[in-house]
Design a protein around this ligand. Structure first.
Ligand code: PMP
Length: 440
């Protein structure tokens, strides 16, 4: 760019996962935030119905988190965690491990959900190889799974566009069928009753490839980004049983579900199913500073430590793994969750949230409603010949009327900060339903 750009020139920023041209004609610009609200550039309060991107679980600008970050910047701004360390990264690892199921006590830090997923897949492959089972290289994901944007994540993920645009992806990857069954499960409150048997897809893949070739299966316990697809009753437990039977590692991608979204520290706790590896990010720092983590069983960690001859047990890491500012933000965030009882608060609010979202049944354009914890989704009837248009227009209208929702095609997703009040839950759903009355 040769000349000095005007401050309101939007042309250079290539926005991620965004209709850039539409946005730049009619920008939705956020300039401040507090609690459950954003402030728009034109001075309006916008109710944050999505906790940013499913991450600001404690609400915006929590003073304890902000103070911890400021203090850390003044104390230790950056330190590597390759061959050196700093206390807060160790402290945060202990605290994170303490929130996940017993026996998952070791934490590898990353900077995002995508990095957590690729790290988890690499841990799975290296784990088997280290135990003399190097033939276990196959990875199994699921249709309509979202595991971030790395090549590992898009390979095990089940999103058609990634397959259309980005080539053949990793080889040796198979997919379970997705569990979304509108015929049998529409308007179910909480987890669908039908579909637990779909876990048997894993047994079929074992039959096809033999267990000795399969390293791991990765699923989101609740698929968020592809439209809030809930696990049918018993599904996750059956996956666990099949994995146990065949020595396959089970990875739960909890980038959305960890840190209170379902009213528990993790979906593993909510469903009482213990995976071997958990990926997380987002809520670990309340979204304020980028950070992710991979939590593994003691068995996995110790198998790496057995390589006494190796100078480095696991050949992997990021410049910013366990970054001091992120670690300080994480510690303060976990303090806030605990001191303010936010996971319990989410659990207490969940029935009200469920009643409120399901009260929209029968409203214009809605063909399914789904919910779990403080997550809700309205699936709209697509406009004939224009899939996604109705969802997009509703999102834009809701913003104009002061509510931020997340849209995936014609599915609107809701995941507010866990500090939301009942009246604000009413406002969020009522505003969106009123928008649907206005949308063609
Ligand atoms: N996995 C899941 C389940 C996610 O929901 C997301 C993000 N929504 C990711 C991975 C990727 O996280 P990030 O955008 O931080 O890379």
């Amino acid at each position: 760019m040769s000349s000095e750009p005007a401050p309101n020139d939007l042309s250079s920023f290539w926005m991620p996962f965004t209709a850039n041209q539409a946005f730049k004609k009619d920008p939705r610009m956020l300039v401040a935030a507090e609690g459950v609200h954003y402030k728009s550039q034109d001075g309006r309060d916008i109710l944050d119905g999505t906790a940013g991107l499913w991450c600001v679980n404690a609400g915006h600008k929590n003073p304890r988190i902000s103070e911890a970050i400021k203090a850390q910047v003044d104390e230790l701004d950056y330190a590597p965690t390759f061959q050196f360390g700093h206390p807060k990264a160790f402290e945060l690892a202990n605290r994170v491990a303490g929130l996940f199921p017993d026996g998952l006590d070791h934490v590898f830090f990353t900077n995002s959900g995508s990095e957590s997923v690729d790290t988890a897949l690499k841990i799975a492959l290296a784990y088997h190889r280290g135990r003399g089972q190097g033939s276990r290289t196959r990875l199994i994901g699921r249709e309509r799974g979202y595991h971030g944007t790395g090549f590992g994540g898009i390979s095990v993920g089940g999103i058609v566009k990634n397959r259309m645009y980005f080539g053949s992806l990793l080889s040796g990857v198979d997919h379970l069928r997705h569990t979304h069954d509108p015929e049998r499960n529409s308007f179910t409150r909480g987890c669908p009753v039908y579909g637990g048997e779909l876990a048997e897809d894993l047994e079929r893949l074992v039959g096809l490839h033999d267990a000795s070739t399969i390293a791991a299966v990765i699923v989101e316990p609740m698929a968020g980004s592809t439209g809030v697809l809930l696990p049918p009753l018993g599904y996750l437990r059956r996956l666990r049983e099949i994995c146990d039977r065949h020595g396959i590692l089970l990875i739960f991608d909890e980038v959305i579900t960890a840190f209170g979204r379902l009213g528990t520290a993790s979906a593993s706790k909510y469903f009482d199913v213990k995976p071997d590896i958990i990926t997380c990010a987002k809520g670990i720092t309340n979204g304020v500073i980028p950070m992710g983590a991979v939590v593994v069983t003691n068995n996995i960690y110790e198998s790496f430590m057995d390589h006494a001859d190796a100078p480095i047990e696991f050949f992997h890491g990021y410049t910013y793994s366990g970054h001091p500012i992120a670690a300080a933000a994480g510690l303060a965030t976990l303090d806030v969750y605990r001191e303010d009882g936010l996971f319990e608060r989410a659990a207490d609010l969940a029935p009200y949230f469920e009643d409120t979202v399901h009260a929209l049944k029968g409203r214009r354009h809605i063909r399914d409603i789904r919910n779990l914890g403080l997550v809700g989704a309205l699936e709209l009837e697509p406009r004939p010949g224009a899939p996604g248009a109705r969802g997009f227009e509703t999102m834009v209208k809701a913003y104009q009327k002061g509510v931020m929702v997340r849209v995936t095609g014609d599915i609107l997703a809701f995941s507010p900060p866990l500090i939301i009040e009942r009246g604000q839950i009413d406002q969020m759903f009522e505003t969106v339903a009123a928008c649907l009355d206005d949308v063609e």
